[in-house]
Write a protein that binds this ligand. Structure first.
Ligand code: GLC
Length: 449
């Protein structure tokens, strides 16, 4: 691919300085980052994984501390919550600590309030990436030894509490756990879930006041989100109990890819450090096989999440369906079909940048709205790594450079419009500004140049 049009690289050092500045500015108590100061004022789970990736390029200690702080919120049963509420200040966020009441849960940390759902388990592969970047650091080696059992425990939680049929695939009970909060994937299911509004607690949204409401989920969707949280809370967030009754029970593509790729990282790191990896190897073999078979939606030619209640795939093409490339799951046939899909998007007359979070040829595609179409930094990172793994270098480069170009033109925003003509006329990106994982992914991808 010609890099001519990406001449901004000449001053990429300026942008890299900006990215570092954002990570430092989003740091709180010198030990963790918030995703974005205005919109998300606490520590988020997978955001912190990516933050560590960014810090690893200029402050390895800080990278380690980010992960260490995140795991200070790990529950005794291994669960790692999607939000840690380190700050006691009321910062206008719903659902905050007063909603989740983790203090009433036996396994939860006693002094640190947390949420009761989780997010894609990126920690294993992020740790591995840190190790690859700094193979000589003894301090990092010690840190990997320290983290290994904690990440193992997290995976054990998934395999024992979130895989009720013992298939090797774990389920989520809330759209937010997927990391792709209001993806069209969940739309039909969310519509089908009946909510008795009078049974819901009174709550006030802040997300649609701090960001453009046309880019945020609808009120009716929000009621369902609260309904699912209520259900989980009543069951003390117990994975097996929730599996008995939840109307939302999904074996998600991204979530399971991340778990499998992190298993692989644990296996590799465990070998280097002389750890017992027998159990992870067993999980891994079963999970890879189950994923490749059960989550492949043959009629679509992509991977798709499986709805365990309806006992069928959610038949839509979206970004999570491309993430198994990163985990080495697809066979050659599946991989070449995924590549074809990507080629279709990039060569279409609408001139999209890669990689839209949702199928741009579907009528519900919405290039402005959150997970319904925009390009997300961390997703491009995952898809880029996956394409590289399979030797699809041209596509990989495009996924990477399209993202870098967007940041260069539109700033370190949360997500971006995939339509070239539109994005090129915009003054900035969408959602939150000075975003942690945008800065982090930018640092990692430009470090390769
Ligand atoms: C949104 C995203 C989620 C992310 C969070 C904080 O909720 O959907 O993936 O972790 O923001 O950035």
């Amino acid at each position: 691919m010609s890099l001519g049009k990406y001449s901004f690289l000449n001053d990429s050092s300026i942008q890299r300085n900006r990215a570092q500045f954002i990570l430092n500015q989003n740091t709180r108590d010198e030990r963790y980052t918030v995703p974005s100061a205005n919109l998300y004022p606490y520590q988020w789970n997978w955001d912190s994984g990516f933050a560590a990736l960014g810090f690893a390029h200029f402050d390895l200690r800080r990278a380690m501390l980010e992960i260490k702080t995140l795991f200070s919120g790990q529950w005794e049963n291994g669960m790692l919550p999607h939000i840690l509420f380190h700050s006691k200040k009321r910062e206008g966020y719903f659902p905050g600590p007063a909603y989740w009441r983790s203090d009433l849960v036996q396994h939860a940390p006693k002094t640190l309030p947390t949420s009761g759902i989780s997010q894609p388990p990126v920690h294993g592969f992020i740790l591995e990436r840190l190790y690859k970047l700094h193979p000589q650091s003894e301090e990092l080696k010690d840190f990997v030894r320290y983290m290994f059992p904690k990440i193992l425990k997290l995976h054990e939680y998934y395999y024992t509490q979130r895989d009720p049929l013992k298939e090797g695939l774990v389920y989520i009970f809330h759209p937010w756990a997927s990391g792709r909060d209001n993806s069209p994937l969940w739309d039909d299911l969310v519509k089908r879930i009946e909510v008795d509004k009078s049974a819901l607690p009174a709550y006030e949204r802040f997300d649609n006041k701090k960001a453009d409401p046309s880019e945020r989920p609808s009120d009716r969707d929000y009621d369902v989100y609260v309904y699912l949280m209520e259900m989980a809370k009543k069951l003390a967030y117990d994975g097996l109990a929730i599996a008995q009754s939840s109307p939302f029970m999904i074996q998600d593509t991204l979530f399971n890819s991340a778990l499998i790729r992190s298993n692989e990282a644990l296996i590799q790191l465990g070998q280097v450090l002389g750890k017992d990896i027998g159990q992870v190897q067993e999980w891994q073999e079963e999970s890879k096989r189950a994923y490749q078979q059960k989550l492949w939606a043959k009629e679509l030619g992509v991977f798709a999440p499986y709805d365990m209640r309806a006992e069928k795939h959610i038949g839509l093409k979206e970004i999570g369906g491309y993430t198994p490339l990163f985990s080495g799951i697809p066979n050659d046939h599946q991989a070449s079909l995924l590549k074809q899909e990507i080629a279709k998007i990039s060569s279409s007359k609408h001139e999209f940048r890669l990689m839209p979070s949702f199928d741009p040829f579907d009528e519900i595609f919405d290039p402005k709205r959150y997970w319904k179409g925009p390009i997300w930094p961390q997703m491009n990172w995952l898809v880029y790594q996956g394409l590289k793994r399979y030797g699809f270098d041209l596509e990989a480069q495009q996924v990477k450079w399209d993202f870098l170009e967007l940041v260069d033109k539109l700033g370190f925003y949360e997500y971006f419009d995939p339509r070239k003509k539109v994005a090129d006329q915009l003054p900035h990106g969408y959602g939150g500004d000075k975003f942690t994982w945008t800065a982090a992914v930018f640092l990692d991808l430009t470090a390769e140049e």
